[in-house]
Design a protein around this ligand. Structure first.
Ligand SMILES: [Zn+2]
Length: 250
């Protein structure tokens, strides 16, 4: 489904566009080439490809998969997508290492299985990374340049991707900040309140219009207000509000 100009939702567990365990999976149309943001859990990759086709695109034009981080609901489908459509996987150095060879513990998967987020027999498929990004690196997708912003806190090397459409600014915020300014702080390896405190400032003053997170609802206007809320909460004395605990996935 189309979210905003040149951005589509092609996978989502929450609205049952794809496997129930999938995060939101976005497609960016750069004109002559496309990019995906995240891959989903990898159990219904065919549905994601079907959704790309149903929007009128050829999945073979997906040049990049911009991976935000290596939790299974975002990254478990990398290998299958890469094999099926030939896209190059891009992520931060830290997340890339985990995608290639992270143990279940590194990936937070043992905690997640214990928490009944994934079935006990779920197997994470490791996948080679084609390109790593550093903070503020630019990735060209057709007519668009997309900036990587690395914000550790939800995981060790979580990447947000900023797409500027001639002044209309879209942030793919993954699990770093959600609608309402809640954060993705959890009790798994790699998640850290201290890292959130150190890094959340990178999301200040970005003049974001559309905030497109990895889960829950998004907004097309005043996205920066939600980011500012997270920044402000992290200056207060208490552990800031994190996403709703009844949510079954991360
Ligand atoms: Zn996550």
């Amino acid at each position: 489904m189309k979210i905003v100009r040149d951005v589509y939702l092609v996978g989502s567990g929450q609205i049952r566009l794809s496997n129930p365990m999938d995060c939101h999976i976005y497609l960016i149309d750069g004109g002559n080439e496309l990019a995906l943001v995240d891959a989903g859990v990898g159990l219904d990759t065919g549905l994601i490809i079907e959704n790309i086709r149903n929007e009128g695109f050829d999945e073979k034009n997906v040049r990049y998969l911009l991976l935000t981080h290596t939790h299974a609901d975002h990254a478990g489908g990398c290998k299958k997508l890469k094999r099926a459509i030939g896209c190059k996987i891009i992520t931060s150095d830290i997340e890339g290492k985990m995608l290639e060879s992270g143990s279940e513990e590194d990936l937070g998967l043992d905690v997640a299985k214990r928490s009944n987020i994934y079935p006990k027999d779920y197997i994470f498929e490791h996948c080679n990374v084609d390109q790593t990004v550093k903070d503020h690196d630019i990735i060209m997708v057709g007519k668009y340049s997309i900036r990587a912003i690395i914000v550790p806190g939800h995981s060790k090397g979580s990447v947000c991707y900023l797409l500027d459409q001639n002044g209309y600014r879209i942030l793919f915020s993954s699990d770093v900040v959600f609608f309402g300014g809640t954060i993705g702080l959890g009790n798994w390896p790699g998640s850290s309140l201290e890292e959130y405190r150190k890094n959340i400032g990178k999301l200040s003053n970005l003049s974001i219009d559309a905030l497109l997170p990895g889960h829950f609802i998004w907004t097309l206007k005043d996205g920066q207000a939600h980011l500012n809320k997270a920044v402000e909460n992290l200056k207060l004395a208490w552990v800031p509000p994190a996403w709703q605990h009844q949510h079954p996935h991360f």
